[in-house]
Design a protein around this ligand. Structure first.
Ligand SMILES: Nc1ncnc2c1ncn2[C@@H]1O[C@H](COP(=O)(O)OP(=O)(O)O)[C@@H](O)[C@H]1O
Ligand SMILES: [Mg+2]
Length: 222
């Protein structure tokens, strides 16, 4: 299938920088092509060794997650691999949950986000980084969308106990955001579920990137 655009076209076209990556993270660009707006998540600016190993692996992993989620409203659409190092998908107009004022989202938003996570799990995929409010988008229509599937895992061939544990991590991400933003609207059942999941000591490794791995973001002039 013909790709909507290539790296050559990107170089000759106009794009904006959405987000600069840290040493092992991609840069994200917003690229306008005709009436379509695309996000390009590009590992090419990473150091060569990182780009050729980690970058290539992660771009493909995110692409495969998008393929699996095709057709679910609230998931990035029309994804394709521009080349070995960059995965592209349609831009979704909105703001991240991190940048959204708490009063702009209510319990309906979080219930819809929970429903979106259930639909994702039904396709045998876990996200594992929903606790990060920059990975949740509040679309201009006020609907939830999920971004950043680079830590996602495919659930087929996993034992049931592990699948349940991983799915719980996603739900705890939803409830953690809900509890931080609107604790008074989070019902006691979900609050209790969040606490139970948080108390599972085996989940310590999913509590975010260690600072050392994160590093500084690349500057605009790099
Ligand atoms: N499809 C999209 N629509 C709108 N904004 C996006 C989209 N994809 C990414 N972004 C923006 O880019 C930021 C970083 O994207 P993300 O995929 O989380 O990469 P990373 O966390 O690895 O830098 C997001 O927090 C969001 O602000
Ligand atoms: Mg992210």
């Amino acid at each position: 299938m013909k790709k909507p655009f290539t790296r050559k076209q990107l170089a000759s076209g106009r794009f904006d920088i959405l987000c600069k990556g840290r040493w092992a993270n991609a840069d994200l660009y917003l690229f306008q092509q005709g009436r379509s707006r695309w996000v390009i998540k590009d590992f090419f600016p990473c150091p060569p060794l990182i780009r050729k190993t980690w970058g290539r692996f992660i771009a493909r992993r995110e692409y495969q997650a998008f393929i699996k989620l095709r057709g679910i409203p609230g998931m990035p659409e029309a994804s394709f691999l521009m080349d070995d190092y960059a995965v592209c998908y349609r831009f979704i107009a909105g703001k991240t949950l991190k940048d959204t004022p708490p009063e702009a989202v209510g319990p309906e938003f979080f219930l819809k986000l929970e429903a979106l996570v259930i639909r994702m799990h039904a396709r045998n995929l876990v996200h594992l980084d929903i606790r990060n409010r920059r990975n949740i988008l509040v679309t201009d229509a006020g609907e939830p969308a999920l971004l950043d599937f680079q830590t996602s895992l495919h659930l087929e061939h996993m034992p049931k106990s592990l699948r349940n544990l991983l799915m719980d991590i996603d739900f705890s991400g939803v409830y953690k955001c809900w509890n931080n933003i609107q604790p008074e609207t989070l019902d006691p059942e979900r609050k209790a579920r969040l606490e139970t999941i948080n108390n599972k000591r085996s989940l310590w490794m999913f509590k975010g990137y260690p600072k050392l791995i994160k590093g500084e973001r690349r500057r605009d002039d790099q």
